[in-house]
Design a protein around this ligand. Structure first.
Ligand SMILES: [Zn+2]
Length: 93
C-alpha cells in the first residue's frame, strides 16, 4: 500500500524499507499515523467492533496547522483532568 499524507497528498516513505509498497504496520518517515475507532456522534463511522480508521499526516502539515492540533498530557492518577494545549504551544515550550 502506498501511504500518502491526508492533507497534502505527499507520498510518505517507509522508515524501515525502500519498498514503495508498504505494509500497514510499517512506520513512515516524517509523519504520524492517526487511528480512530469512531465517535458516538459520527454519522459516518462508529462501528464498535474493534475496526478502525487510520490516516497519515506529514510533519510539515502538522506544523502548518499546529494551532488546530491538540497535545494532551495525562499524569497519574488517570482520574485527574487532562492537560490540553495546541501543538503550537507544545512546540514552543
Ligand atoms: Zn502533508
Amino acid at each position: 500500500m502506498i501511504k500518502k499524507c491526508f492533507k497534502c497528498n505527499v507520498t510518505l516513505e517507509s522508515s524501515i524499507s525502500s519498498d514503495e509498497d508498504q505494509e500497514l504496520d510499517e512506520p513512515t518517515l516524517n509523519s504520524i499515523a492517526f487511528i480512530s475507532h469512531g465517535n458516538y456522534g459520527s454519522t459516518i463511522f462508529d462501528p464498535m467492533d474493534g475496526s478502525y480508521l487510520e490516516i497519515y499526516v506529514c510533519d510539515q502539515c502538522l506544523v502548518n496547522f499546529k494551532n488546530k492540533v491538540y497535545h494532551i498530557t495525562r499524569n497519574p492518577p488517570i482520574e485527574q483532568e487532562p492537560s490540553i494545549q495546541t501543538l503550537s504551544d507544545y512546540l514552543d515550550s
